[in-house]
Design a protein around this ligand. Structure first.
Ligand SMILES: C[S@@+](CC[C@H](N)C(=O)[O-])C[C@H]1O[C@@H](n2cnc3c(N)ncnc32)[C@H](O)[C@@H]1O
Length: 369
C-alpha cells in the first residue's frame, strides 16, 4: 500500500491553478516561436534592423507582404516583448515599431554565435510530419528524415554555422594539439566528416586548415547537394568532397587522420555500425572526434535548461528519425556519456575521453581505436 498521504483539496486546487497558468504560458511561448519563424522567413526583422522603425504599411511595402497581416504580427510581437512600439496611443495604421538594439544579433546576424533564430525554423520543421509522428508513437516505427523537409535541414545548418566556421577551426581543433599539428603538416592531412548535413563543419575545417582535404558524408541527398554548393561558394570545392553515404556502410573505407561526427550519432538508427565504420576509417595514430549534446550523466526529474530543450528535439525529431529502421536502437537526443561509451566499446574502441572544451550545448568525445 502506498504511504503517500492524499493531497488536501485546497492544495490540489492551487496546484491546478498554477499548472493552468504555466500551461497558458507554454501556449503563448509556442505562438512566439512560430511568430519568430514568420518574422525570420519573411525578412521582417531584417527590414526593421536595416531600414529602421516602420509602420505596418511601410514594413509591408519593404518586404513585399500584406499590410493587414503585418499589422497583426507587429502588435503580437510588441505584446510578446520581441519588438517595441514608439507610441502605443497613435492610431493603429500610424504606429511605428522598432527592433530593440539587443534583439538584432540573435535575430539577424547569421555569423554570430548568439544567432539563435534558426531554432524557430527547426521547430517549424520538427512539427511538420505530425501525423506520421503520431503514427510512429502508436506503432513503434520511425519517421524518415526527409519528411521534416527543408526547414529542419536549413535551421540545423544555420544554427551550427557560426560555431563550425569560427569556433571549430580556431578553438576546438587547436584544443587537440596532436590533431592541430597534423592538420597543418605534410603530407596533406585527410579528414572524414560523418553526418555532415549542409557541410559547414567540413568547410569550416578546410578554411581553417588550408592544406587539408575533407570528405563529408551524409545519408540525405538534398543535404549533400546543398553542401556541394556551399563548398563551391566558399572556394574550397577543390579540397572538400561530399558524398551521399550511410555511415554504417561497411564498404565506406579510407585512411583518414581525423574522423569527425557533429551532432549526428544520436540520430543514427545504427550508431554502433557507424562508429565501427569510423574506427575503420581512421589511420593508426589518427583521431575520432564525436561532438554531441551536453546532457547530464543520468536522468534527473529536475533536469536543466539544455536537457529540457534536448528532450523537446528528441520527442519530435531525433528519436523518430533514429527509430526509422527495423533494427534501430532508438537513441534520442539525450545521449548520455555512458550510452556513447557503450556504443564505442561495442564498435571496438578501447577508450572514450571527454575533452575539456566548454560549450553550452556540446560535449566533445575523443575515441581511441
Ligand atoms: C542533426 S543533423 C547534423 C548535421 C550536421 N552535422 C550539423 O551538425 O549541422 C544529423 C545528420 O546526420 C545524418 N545522418 C543520420 N544518419 C546517418 C547515417 N547513418 N549516415 C550518414 N548520415 C546520417 C542526417 O542525414 C543529418 O544530416
Amino acid at each position: 500500500m502506498s504511504s503517500v498521504q492524499p493531497m488536501p483539496a485546497d492544495s490540489i486546487a492551487s496546484q491546478r491553478d498554477a499548472f493552468i497558468e504555466q500551461f497558458l504560458q507554454f501556449g503563448s511561448g509556442t505562438f512566439n516561436m512560430f511568430s519568430i519563424y514568420i518574422g525570420d522567413r519573411l525578412g521582417l526583422y531584417r527590414a526593421l534592423a536595416e531600414s529602421g522603425p516602420a509602420t505596418s504599411a511601410e514594413l509591408a511595402s519593404r518586404t513585399g507582404t500584406h499590410e493587414r497581416y503585418i499589422r497583426e504580427w507587429l502588435e503580437h510581437q510588441t505584446v510578446a516583448g520581441i519588438l517595441e512600439v514608439e507610441d502605443e496611443n497613435q492610431a493603429a495604421e500610424s504606429r511605428r515599431f522598432r527592433l530593440p538594439a539587443g534583439h538584432a544579433e540573435p535575430l539577424i546576424d547569421s555569423n554570430s554565435l548568439n544567432y539563435i533564430v534558426p531554432i524557430a525554423q527547426m521547430i517549424a520543421g520538427a512539427v511538420r510530419p505530425m501525423p506520421s509522428l503520431l503514427e510512429a508513437y502508436r506503432n513503434g516505427g520511425g519517421v524518415p528524415f526527409d519528411e521534416y523537409g527543408t526547414d529542419l535541414r536549413e535551421g540545423q545548418a544555420a544554427i551550427n554555422y557560426p560555431a563550425f566556421m569560427y569556433q571549430l577551426p580556431a578553438e576546438w581543433l587547436p584544443a587537440l594539439p596532436d590533431v592541430h599539428a597534423r592538420l597543418q603538416s605534410d603530407p596533406t592531412a585527410r579528414v572524414a566528416d560523418i553526418g555532415c548535413g549542409y557541410g559547414w563543419s567540413s568547410i569550416g575545417m578546410a578554411k581553417g586548415y588550408p592544406t587539408i582535404h575533407v570528405d563529408g558524408f551524409d545519408l540525405d541527398a538534398p543535404s549533400i547537394e546543398q553542401a556541394q554548393e556551399n563548398a563551391k561558394r566558399n572556394g574550397v570545392a577543390d579540397r572538400v568532397d561530399f558524398q551521399v553515404r550511410d555511415a554504417g556502410d561497411p564498404s565506406l573505407v579510407g585512411q583518414y587522420d581525423l574522423v569527425t561526427a557533429f551532432e549526428c550519432v544520436h540520430d543514427m538508427t545504427n550508431p554502433v555500425g557507424a562508429l565501427r565504420t569510423m574506427r575503420g576509417l581512421v589511420k593508426d595514430g589518427g583521431v575520432v572526434l564525436i561532438v554531441d549534446e551536453r546532457v547530464g550523466d543520468v536522468f534527473t526529474a529536475k533536469g536543466n535548461d539544455v536537457e529540457w530543450m534536448m528532450y523537446g528535439w528528441s520527442i519530435l525529431h531525433c528519436l523518430p528519425v533514429g527509430m526509422d529502421d527495423h533494427n534501430a536502437v532508438g537513441t534520442g537526443t539525450v545521449m548520455r556519456a555512458d550510452t556513447l561509451r557503450q556504443y564505442a566499446k561495442d564498435a571496438g574502441f578501447s577508450n572514450v575521453e571527454i575533452l575539456p572544451i566548454e560549450h553550452f550545448f556540446f560535449r566533445f568525445y575523443r575515441l581511441t581505436a
